[in-house]
Design a protein around this ligand. Structure first.
Ligand code: PGA
Length: 263
């Protein structure tokens, strides 16, 4: 996998957004896989700015989100549907009927998960999947011990994830302990994967993802099996990588190659 180490969170967002802008400009009806959490917000702000400056249009874009809490409606302020509307969809020229978030309130979640998988396939598959990473290296809500071949399904959250996300919920607000998430197998079928990580708190997860063994104990390590995955991380998130200088050197060489190919 490609590891791009940048100065800070702002540089990570700008670099990641540029990849999405290029993808959409190359294929205006791209199918995007989108993520929630704090980390993607700055990238979404870059995309909103690019849209306002007419550098990119989302009018033909389709999207699938990674995950959603179970048992809350889409208009609940903590739902990931609400998050996506607030952080991206309400501010760009996307047709919301072309955007999907797993239905956390489905009467039959098993059937809903199967339909989600079918819908992705019917759209031609995900062209580019955005990911954050949990401190425990989860991707989507695929917590440690998730099968590396898993598909969209109901997933129980770990206490660590519940604690990490408690900051978004009011003291007397119900916080779901279950989710619907794309599986690791689903994510691995995306044509390209872009994972963002910033801050010291992610350093251990990033080290295990890049340099640790391929293991269900570290869900993001599954990306070692993806042919087109890029990790865009800041210096703090890169701080525990043993071969950090090598990854920086690779990136310099990649840049030279790209410049040469553009000539
Ligand atoms: P964060 O979450 O961006 O809020 O740190 C990442 C994740 O849990 O995937």
């Amino acid at each position: 996998m490609k590891v791009v180490i940048l100065k800070d969170a702002a540089a990570v967002a700008a670099y990641g957004a540029e990849i999405f802008v290029k993808q959409i400009n190359k294929k205006n009806h791209s199918v995007l896989g989108l993520a929630t959490g704090s980390t993607p917000v700055a990238l979404y702000q870059e995309l909103i700015a690019a849209n306002k400056e007419s550098k990119v249009s989302f009018s033909a874009v389709r999207s699938f989100n990674l995950d959603e809490y179970m048992g809350i409606e889409g208009d609940h302020p903590q739902s990931y549907r609400h998050f996506m509307n607030e952080e991206l969809f309400n501010h760009v020229d996307i047709d919301k009927s072309n955007t999907q978030v797993p239905p956390g309130n489905a009467a039959n979640p098993i059937e809903a998960c199967e339909k989600y998988e079918r819908d992705i396939v019917d759209m031609g598959g995900i062209d580019i999947q955005l990911l954050g990473i949990g401190r425990n290296a989860h991707i989507g809500f695929n917590e440690p011990s998730s099968s590396l071949a898993s598909r969209t399904r109901v997933k129980t959250l770990t206490q660590a994830t519940i604690d990490d996300n408690a900051r978004f919920f009011g003291a007397d607000e119900h916080q779901p302990h279950l989710s619907i998430t794309m599986g690791i197998g689903t994510i691995l079928e995306s044509k390209k994967v872009v994972l963002l990580a910033t801050g010291e708190g992610k350093a251990e997860a990033i080290q295990a993802t890049v340099e640790g063994p391929l293991s269900a104990a570290c869900p993001a390590s599954a990306l070692q099996m993806h042919r087109n995955a890029v990790l865009i991380i800041d210096e703090a998130a890169a701080s525990k990588l043993v071969d950090k200088e090598f990854y920086k050197h690779i990136e310099v060489e990649n840049q030279k190659l790209e410049e040469m190919l553009e000539l």
